[in-house]
Unconditional design. Structure first.
Length: 324
């Protein structure tokens, strides 16, 4: 008899006796997508969603050596992926419960110290979207070009990092209103944009914007429906970092994949990536207020999930646990 894998679950569950405090939790499209079976891996039935969080250590086990009470920390998303060489994986909000809670318990090896200059809202966006964007952009520098798909959490974090690193950015979205807002927000140098809803052959537009050469890097969030076109507008020897699966996963869309495939495996979200990102942010003092869509109270998590399901957000949506 074949094994049955559960790939969807009830969106979230919450108790009524949560305790106000300092932690912040960020809700990203991946959390909603995973909970509703949009990503191609099994999930814990009726599990707790969200894998981005920032909090303060309030208690320690007696054998903890690297952390102290009062430290500002965040968990890594893949709690088994410490070095990038581990043979197994365990993702928060998928393979195990996520972080939509007011108190969490972690092994010290699963936590990273956060930059002290960021407030709780800014710090809460680092573990998933921040580290994913950082790892995808790693190795690219001034003069390189990147196509960033969408205006969700990973995409907006990647946009900030790419612009700071001097990359030429092409941003794609299905919403002209969102693209116009981004052009105004990131006006110097001018932001190149492509509307994939009004232009089904959007990869050809990307080629035109890059004088026919294609981009050095695509931060690919769509999956089956966009992957082949992403490959077609990438330079020879370029890179496609598959960091999301937001579109309907139809394998027939991949009929042309092998002829244009770029063979590169990307390892994302290892602990050293978060440590490196936090060190870089501390050195540059980069601010992320302009990629925060909104901050909602913790007890509005259900409304926040619906908001993201409707695709209304630009950037990060943060759930705040109010202080006493």
């Amino acid at each position: 008899m074949a094994d049955i894998q559960i790939t969807a679950r009830r969106a979230f569950r919450r108790t009524d006796n949560y305790t106000p405090g300092t932690p912040k939790v960020k809700l990203v499209t991946e959390d909603v997508n995973t909970a509703n079976g949009g990503n191609p891996w099994p999930v814990t039935p009726h599990g707790i969603p969200c894998n981005d969080a920032a909090g303060e250590i309030i208690a320690l086990g007696e054998k903890v050596k690297t952390l102290s009470r009062g430290d500002r920390v965040a968990p890594i998303v893949d709690t088994e992926n410490i070095t990038g060489r581990e043979p197994i994986r365990s993702w928060l909000a998928a393979d195990e419960d996520g972080v939509l809670a007011d108190y969490l318990v972690f092994d010290e090896t699963k936590l990273c110290k956060l930059p002290t200059y960021l407030d709780w809202v800014g710090a809460s966006i680092i573990p998933c979207a921040g580290v994913t964007a950082w790892a995808a952009l790693k190795g690219f520098t001034v003069g390189h070009s990147v196509l960033i798909q969408g205006t969700g959490g990973v995409s907006m974090f990647a946009l900030k990092l790419a612009r700071a690193a001097g990359l030429q950015v092409v941003l794609s979205s299905s919403s002209e209103d969102k693209l116009e807002k981004m052009r105004q927000q990131f006006s110097s140098p001018p932001l190149l944009t492509v509307n994939y809803a009004s232009n089904p052959n959007w990869h050809e537009e990307v080629l035109k914007l890059t004088d026919g050469a294609g981009v050095d890097l695509v931060i690919e969030v769509g999956g089956c429906q966009s992957l082949v076109k992403s490959l077609k507008c990438t330079k020879r020897g370029g890179t496609v970092s598959q960091v999301g699966y937001l579109s309907k996963q139809d394998p027939s869309q991949l009929a042309e994949l092998l002829p244009v495939l770029i063979d590169r495996r990307v390892i994302l979200r290892i602990k050293t990536h978060m440590d490196d990102l936090c060190a870089a942010l501390s050195a540059t003092q980069m601010n992320f207020d302009d990629v925060i869509d909104s901050v909602q109270p913790f007890d509005k998590a259900d409304e926040a999930i619906e908001y993201i399901l409707q695709g209304k957000q630009i950037g990060k949506l943060v759930l705040r646990i109010e202080g006493k």
